[in-house]
Design a protein around this ligand. Structure first.
Ligand code: ADE
Length: 236
């Protein structure tokens, strides 16, 4: 998958270009992250990238022209283009799943009070938020999106099971995990996990997932029950 990132702060992206898992995905050719500095496309002699908003208001707005130039330079026409913004649709696992099916993505990171609306309209950009809180820029949200999408690309994770087995993906939160030693201080690993009885272990994990989800995320639990119910109806 090729991802073009348009940003005023390309140096922030070492977290996804050099981190162990995504760095390796890059080396293996599974993921190609290309960084474009929007400022390089400013035609202003001071490389200006923002200006005051028409109609007044606090903060600055990213200029249309440098962003337009950067979008053209990466060949954004016809590609899935995303603008990271607290106004957008909230990123969730189904959206991540869908994005992981794209061959190419273009991600624009906003700064200041946002970007000239004409950019979003012209390039038909989808606005995506990572949650109901406001960050100083779209770079961290873009990295969240890239990381979550990249790990769904087959072969990026060591075992494709690692992505499939877990929590939100199956609609439930993940069961508690334990590793060596069997006893730590006076705390023991649940007996069932060291019993060797795979059927029992599987059941325990499922039960724990159900209990945790019911307690912490009643919204997910209700959705899970509804989906199970419609599945079992289809089977009949
Ligand atoms: N930019 C600032 N805050 C954001 C958020 N919550 N999601 C996406 N982009 C953002």
């Amino acid at each position: 998958m090729k991802i073009d990132v348009l940003t005023l702060f390309p140096e922030m992206f070492t977290a996804v270009t050099e981190s162990s898992i995504l760095g390796k995905a890059g080396e293996k050719g599974l993921l190609d992250i290309r960084l474009t500095n929007i400022r390089d496309y400013s035609t202003d002699k001071h490389h200006k990238a923002d200006d005051y908003p028409f109609g007044g208001g606090v903060g600055m707005v990213m200029l249309a022209d440098p962003v337009f130039g950067a979008m053209e330079a990466v060949g954004a026409r016809g590609k899935k283009a995303i603008y990271m913004s607290p106004r957008g649709k909230i990123l969730d696992q189904p959206m991540i799943q869908e994005l992981a099916g794209e061959e190419e993505l273009v991600i624009l990171c906003g700064h200041y009070e946002g970007v000239d609306q004409r950019i979003l309209d012209y390039w038909n950009m989808e606005e995506v938020s990572i949650g109901d809180y406001v960050l100083t820029g779209g770079e961290l949200p873009a990295m969240v999106l890239i990381d979550s999408v990249a790990r769904m690309i087959p072969e990026v994770l060591k075992s494709s099971h690692a992505a499939l087995d877990e929590s939100i993906y199956s609609g439930l939160l993940e069961y508690p995990q334990y590793t060596k030693p069997r006893q730590y201080r006076d705390m023991h690993v649940p007996e069932v996990l060291v019993s060797g009885d795979h059927k029992k272990i599987h059941l325990w994990k499922f039960e724990q997932s159900l209990l945790l989800t019911k307690e912490r995320r009643p919204d997910l639990f209700a959705r899970f029950l509804k989906e199970e119910h419609s599945l079992s109806k289809e089977e009949k």
